[in-house]
Ligand binder design. Structure first.
Ligand SMILES: C[S@@+](CC[C@H](N)C(=O)[O-])C[C@H]1O[C@@H](n2cnc3c(N)ncnc32)[C@H](O)[C@@H]1O
Length: 194
């Protein structure tokens, strides 16, 4: 999130199909979620975040570590309140937990858009991209935030994304790579020639 500005966020927003099924992995206060709702009016928006203050030393440099100034319980409550009416209609579904824990609530092959902005460690991004690929429709957009070497995650986001692109080279196309955002489209599998 650190280096993202309005222009790069606009590219991501513009890439999201209108009125589709979307998921955001890593929500925090829900600012980007609100933008998705306002600009792309999704039929369904899954918001995935554990909203916990992590004790694991791997996360000690994140701003949601155990001694951080942010009370993640309180932030979760505010997000629930912020999207109360959308939750009541079923447009928004708040899934509190890591993507590993709650991803199974989303049907496979159902999403038009996934924003990956949760656990930025190499292992975290690798998992989230695998999940995004499974949950995405064949023409879906997968966008990743903080696509640069730096921050507490060092090369985690870039390395996991490169491996993901290589693993599914026949099914993924980079649409745009703008500052800290990379926007990728999933493609249908090509029928094998007889
Ligand atoms: C950079 S913030 C998200 C910002 C939000 N996407 C925005 O643009 O406004 C990262 C969030 O990821 C969450 N997070 C950490 N590990 C996660 C995981 N394994 N799965 C989902 N979310 C995770 C944190 O709790 C934190 O709220």
């Amino acid at each position: 999130m650190a280096r993202t500005n309005k222009r790069t966020r606009k590219s991501v927003i513009d890439s999201i199909p209108m009125n589709g099924h979307c998921a955001e992995i890593g929500v925090f206060r829900g600012h980007f979620s609100a933008l998705i709702l306002r600009e792309r009016t999704p039929q369904k928006l899954y918001l995935i975040d554990p909203w916990i203050n992590f004790e694991d030393p791997l996360y000690e440099k994140t701003w949601y570590h155990k001694d951080s100034e942010f009370d993640m319980n309180a932030i979760h409550d505010k997000v629930c309140n912020r999207f109360k009416s959308e939750t009541q209609t079923g447009q928004v579904e708040i899934l509190r937990g890591t993507a590993q824990d709650v991803g199974h609530h989303i049907p496979d092959g159902s999403l038009d858009f996934v924003y990956v902005d949760g656990d930025h460690s190499y292992g975290g991004v690798s998992f989230d991209l695998g999940l995004a690929f499974r949950k995405a429709k064949d023409t879906a957009i997968i966008a990743i935030d903080d696509y640069y070497v730096g921050g507490w995650w060092n090369d985690g986001v870039v390395r996991a994304t490169s491996e993901f692109l290589g693993r599914h080279a026949d099914r993924l196309m980079i649409l745009e790579c703008i500052e800290s955002q990379i926007i990728i489209q999933k493609r249908p599998a090509m029928a094998m020639a007889a």
